[in-house]
Design a protein around this ligand. Structure first.
Ligand code: SF4
Length: 353
């Protein structure tokens, strides 16, 4: 057996100086948009007047610069070691009449998911009453309760608030322009209206999107721009990576790369500093070091539990080990709506970090 070793000649010692010349050539040393806007966010706090070109220029900043400045804002605006752990419980699975192209629960796609039969009117009303009871009881147990029930009317939002609901999840999914490629049964404006009812009722807003739907980067920017220019930023912004499910129209989409997630998370953190930015669906595909980069970039919330509705999620023990290794602390429930949205709180957090 031969052991093969590379042979180096003395002349190779000259090589590093050539590399140095290359690395200096042609690169600008002026601060990136991520650096400029992160500094402004740290000084001024949350803004709702972002322009789309501003969001795009942050999003397009060199990735390590974006990651670094996302981390800086995160350290000023949040307790950066705290990560919220949320668990999802599906009270009705499948048989949905909407046509969201990514979703195995839509009754329009054959994904092998066994759905429950469509309920009659009395059963729906009974189920709605039950949801209000669930909310009251779970809240009474000292937990935050977040529901996702689709479109809401104004009165329904008020009743959910009275029952003690902490937050309501209703994702915009993607940009206004790309949205009709993904969902045709509801409009973007209907989604925004539901968010408005939720906000007006005094319930925290949880709204984000999914990447990997075949959208362009401009659509990701559009989604973040819409969220960051709502009258108040959502308290929670889930960033999902598509989990392509066989049988859905998006079954052949290529998996989202970690760099795409980092770009979304860091941009969201810089433009919505007080929001909980949630590393959501698709986390199961990312290694622990990759997830660590997401937490560094500004993510501070995850879903725990082995299933995310119908798709697999990270193993519970692996998540606990990750918390230990990365020195993360589970965030305690906070039971006041709007606790994260005002500028005064932001300044307090900024000055104490
Ligand atoms: S995402 Fe929600 S609304 Fe859309 S098909 Fe799935 S269950 Fe229905």
């Amino acid at each position: 057996m031969f052991l093969v070793r590379p042979i180096f000649r003395r002349t190779h010692q000259l090589t590093p100086s050539i590399g140095f010349l290359q690395s200096c050539h042609g690169y600008s040393s002026s601060p990136s948009a991520a650096a400029i806007q992160a500094e402004r966010t740290i000084k001024e706090g949350p803004r709702n007047d972002w322009t789309r070109p501003e969001v795009k220029s942050i999003y397009d900043s060199p990735i390590l610069d974006l990651l670094f400045h996302g981390a800086q804002v995160h350290r000023h605006a949040q307790n950066f070691r705290e990560v919220q752990q949320c668990t999802l419980l599906s009270v009705k699975t499948g048989g949905c009449s909407e046509d969201c192209s990514y979703c195995p629960q839509s009754s329009r796609y054959d994904t092998g998911l066994k759905s429950q039969r469509l309920m009659n009117k009395d059963a729906v009303i009974e189920a709605a009453k039950k949801i209000l009871e669930y909310v009251k009881e779970i809240r009474g147990m000292g937990m935050e309760v977040c529901c996702t029930l689709g479109m809401l009317e104004k009165q329904q939002a008020v009743e959910l608030k009275q029952a003690g609901l902490t937050a309501y999840n209703h994702n915009l999914d993607t940009s206004r322009e790309y949205y009709p490629n993904i969902i045709t049964t509801r409009t973007y404006d209907e989604r925004l209206k539901t968010l408005e009812f939720v906000r007006d009722a005094g319930i925290n807003v949880c709204s984000g999107g999914i990447i990997g739907l075949g959208e362009a980067e401009e659509d990701r920017v559009g989604l973040l721009h819409t969220l960051s220019t709502l009258p108040s930023h959502p308290e929670s912004v889930p960033i999902n990576a598509l989990v392509a499910v066989k049988g859905t129209p998006l079954e052949d989409q290529k998996p989202v790369e970690i760099w795409e997630m980092i770009r979304m998370i860091a941009t969201a953190r810089i433009i919505m500093p007080k929001a909980m930015v949630r590393l959501s669906a698709g986390r199961v595909r990312f290694s622990m070091p990759e997830q660590a980069l997401c937490f560094l970039a500004g993510a501070n919330s995850i879903f725990t539990g082995e299933k995310l509705l119908t798709t697999p999620n990270n193993d519970f023990d692996a998540d606990q080990l990750m918390f230990k290794l990365l020195g993360l602390i589970p965030k305690a429930p906070s039971l006041d709506a709007h606790e994260t949205s005002d500028t005064e709180n932001y300044k307090e957090a900024a000055s104490s970090s």
